[in-house]
Design a protein around this ligand. Structure first.
Ligand code: URA
Length: 241
C-alpha cells in the first residue's frame, strides 16, 4: 500500500508536492471517488485519476547488476561520474539501487523501482547474508580472524558475528584473500572491520547476496531477476528468525 501522492509522483504525473496540491484541489479520484486527504493509501489494483485521466502505474521491475569498480551506487552524480543506472539506459522505469556498494567495490547490486521491496531487503532485522571477498594487506592471524567472527567494535558499535575464511595468502607480497559473510549493511562496514584488525582492504567484491550470485555475469553486466527469485528474496527477508 502506498500513499496516493506517492503513486502519482512515481508515475511521473507531478511531483509529490504538486500531487498533494492536486488532491487538495479535488482533482484526484480513487476508484471514481474524489480523495482530498493526504493519508489515503492505495493498492496496485486501485484506479487513480487526475483530472479524469487514469494514472498509468509503473510496473515493478527487478534487476541484478554486476557493479564494476569505479561506479557510484546512485542514480545521478553532480561530478559527472559513472552511476549504476548508466547500465540501464534502455529501461524506462525509474530504478534505484537497493543499498550501496562503495565506489571502489565491485559485485552484486540489486536495482528496482519497488520501494516496498527495497525497504524489506534493507531492513537490518531481516538479516540477509552478504558474502564478500576481500584482498587485504598483510596476513591476518587466526586470532584476528576470530575477532572478526566475534564482532569488532567500530565507532558505530560492535558488529554482529561474521563468518570468515582465509582463502589464500601471498607471503612474498604480504597480502591475503579472505571471504567474509555479514548480514548488517553499515556504511563501509567490511573495510572498517578489516581496518579495525590492522589489515586494510586493498580490493573488495560482493560475491553473494542471499542466494544470488554473479554466475554467468561479467563486470558491467545486468540481468532481470526472475519472478521466482523476487519471491524467494521476499520470503528470505520475511522469514521468522
Ligand atoms: N562493506 C564495505 O566496506 N564496502 C562495501 O561496498 C560494502 C560493504
Amino acid at each position: 500500500m502506498e500513499r496516493v501522492q506517492k503513486v502519482i509522483a512515481h508515475a511521473g504525473v507531478a511531483s509529490r508536492r504538486k500531487a498533494e496540491e492536486l488532491m487538495a484541489e479535488g482533482r484526484v479520484k480513487v476508484n471514481g471517488k474524489t480523495v482530498k486527504e493526504l493519508g489515503v493509501k492505495v493498492s496496485p489494483s486501485d484506479r487513480i485519476e487526475v483530472d479524469g485521466i487514469p494514472v498509468e502505474r509503473e510496473e515493478p521491475v527487478y534487476f541484478l547488476l554486476y557493479k564494476p569498480r569505479g561506479v557510484i551506487s546512485a542514480v545521478s552524480d553532480d561530478k559527472g561520474r559513472k552511476v549504476v543506472t548508466d547500465f540501464f539506459e534502455g529501461i524506462k522505469q525509474r530504478i534505484y539501487p537497493v543499498g550501496r556498494l562503495d565506489y571502489d567495490t565491485s559485485g552484486i547490486l540489486i536495482l528496482t523501482n519497488d520501494g516496498e521491496f527495497a525497504n524489506l531487503l534493507m531492513h537490518p532485522s531481516n538479516e540477509i547474508e552478504k558474502v564478500y571477498v576481500a584482498k587485504v594487506k598483510g596476513i591476518p592471524s587466526k586470532e584476528s580472524m576470530k575477532t572478526l567472527q566475534r564482532g569488532v567494535v567500530l565507532e558505530d558499535g560492535k558488529t554482529a558475528p561474521a563468518k570468515t575464511k582465509l582463502l589464500s595468502m601471498d607471503k612474498k607480497k604480504q597480502t591475503a584473500i579472505v571471504e567474509i559473510s555479514i548480514h548488517e549493511g553499515r556504511n563501509r562496514q567490511v573495510r572498517r572491520m578489516f581496518e579495525a584488525i590492522g589489515h586494510p582492504v586493498l580490493k573488495l567484491k560482493r560475491e553473494r547476496y542471499g542466494f544470488l550470485t554473479l554466475q554467468g555475469l561479467s563486470a558491467g553486466d545486468a540481468r532481470e531477476l526472475t519472478a521466482h527469485e523476487v519471491k524467494q528474496l521476499r520470503a528470505l527477508a520475511m522469514r521468522k528468525k
